[in-house]
Design a protein around this ligand. Structure first.
Ligand code: NAD
Ligand code: ZN
Ligand code: ZN
Length: 383
């Protein structure tokens, strides 16, 4: 089959690789019909080696497909079913899964428990599991993971159930926006866009979206967010404070993560591997929250941090909640919303569909934030 493989920094290609097959009774194999390219893939695209990705590894963790074959222990899905596959691989029956902490599943944890649940296509720190940007995907723990999706939900919406929608839903839940409160969202990629919409849907009175790209700012504004282009203000934290009566936002989401723009010094520290993550967005998120407020971090970070504002966070009594999305914990609620007329307009998020064969171009366009390219989905069936 053909699959998108990592070749080295900023280099992916589409190669012929062996077809996956059932290896355990709890496996399934699906034929992938739509597979997203995610901001998380961009971290691997840029710095895969430091996240234990090896040349030749198959990327991708957002899959919608049709079941081809199931192992003997898989009973809730059968060949021919249309399913979406959550990006974390979880067993559904361990101590962590019992608490809905699917991204911490103890059955699939890798590195002897030093990392959370295994993930598709996310390097050997997360289990070295072949990824979803391929014609076929082996789905481990398939007795629990895959979810059947109604025919009425279009592919480009359904594929967002693998990651984007449950991740944004969790980020908003973790942000604990008080009734009638204000949420600031750093980063208006696919995750930040959906955080803005879900927060409004769940009752936030005001949402302030922060990014630098006009199309991303415009899209958030079209869904009711007030926006800040952080390159046009002297001090983005001060701007958020001014917009919130001098106090700061009740809740803040960091939907940017480790490759934040904004600090040349941090870019250099990251390049020479002194500090793995660029912290500009996290610093701004922490600075923008009011006393007693909550910061929810959904942007991915990989290492440690210098200059952590411990004293400020202590003094301000800030609550922090972060982590990889526990996808299955939110999918039922998201599905209800999609079935109830999709008031969050998930159907409008995918801006760009390309055949799998154009993966190199897809990665570059998404990474470079080409105008109009906000969420990219690859179509393995189309060349
Ligand atoms: P994306 O790269 O499209 O979005 C990031 C956005 O942040 C971009 O629009 C960029 O312009 C903006 N940005 C960069 N620096 C900024 C700054 N200093 N201030 C404000 N905005 C800034 O990616 P995405 O797909 O939306 O993903 C966003 C983040 O969420 C990534 O870190 C990704 O790895 C992470 N993620 C986490 C989970 C999870 O389970 N926690 C799941 C999916 C994605
Ligand atoms: Zn993703
Ligand atoms: Zn488990």
């Amino acid at each position: 089959m053909r699959a998108v493989v990592w070749q080295g920094p900023r280099k992916v290609s589409v190669e012929n690789v062996p077809d996956p097959r059932i290896e355990e009774p709890t496996d399934a194999v699906i034929r992938v019909t739509a597979t997203g390219v995610c901001g998380s893939d961009l971290h691997l695209f840029d710095h895969g080696a430091s996240m234990l990705v090896k040349p030749g590894d198959i990327l991708g963790h957002e899959a919608l497909g049709v079941v081809e074959e199931v192992g003997s222990a898989v009973t809730h899905i059968k060949p021919g079913d249309r399913v979406v596959v959550p990006f974390n691989i979880s067993c559904g029956r361990c101590f962590m899964c019992d608490q809905g902490l699917y991204s911490q599943c103890e059955t699939t944890q890798s590195m002897h428990g030093r990392k959370g649940a295994a993930l598709y296509g996310y390097g050997h720190m997360y289990g070295g599991v072949p990824g979803a940007q391929a014609e076929y995907l082996r789905v481990p723990q398939a007795h629990f993971g895959p979810i059947k999706v109604d025919d009425g939900i279009p592919d480009t919406t359904a594929v967002l159930l693998a990651d984007v929608l449950p991740t944004a839903w969790q980020a908003v839940e973790y942000a604990k926006v008080p009734p009638g409160g204000t949420l600031a969202v750093y980063g208006l990629g696919p995750i930040g866009q959906m955080c803005c919409r879900i927060a409004r849907h769940l009752g936030a009175a005001r949402v302030i979206g922060i990014d630098r790209y006009p199309d991303r700012l415009k899209l958030a504004a079209a869904h009711g967010a007030e926006t800040i282009d952080f390159t046009t203000v002297d001090d983005v934290v001060e701007t958020v404070r001014e917009m919130t009566g001098g106090r700061g936002a009740d809740s803040v989401i960091d939907a940017v993560g480790m490759d934040a723009d904004g600090s040349l010094a941090e870019r250099m520290l990251q390049t020479v591997k002194v500090q793995p993550d660029r912290m500009a967005a996290l610093h701004h998120a922490l600075g923008s929250v009011r006393r007693g407020g909550t910061v929810s971090v959904t942007g991915v970070y990989g290492g440690w941090m210098m200059r952590f504002p411990l004293g400020d966070l202590f003094d301000k009594q800030v609550a922090l909640h972060w982590g990889q999305a526990n996808v299955r914990r939110w999918t039922d609620r998201v599905l209800e919303v999609l079935r109830a007329g999709d008031p969050i307009d998930a159907a409008g998020l995918v801006t760009t569909e390309m055949p799998l064969g154009e993966a190199t171009r897809a990665y570059t366009a998404f990474r470079d934030k080409e105008a109009g390219v906000i969420k990219v989905v690859l179509r393995p069936g189309e060349g």
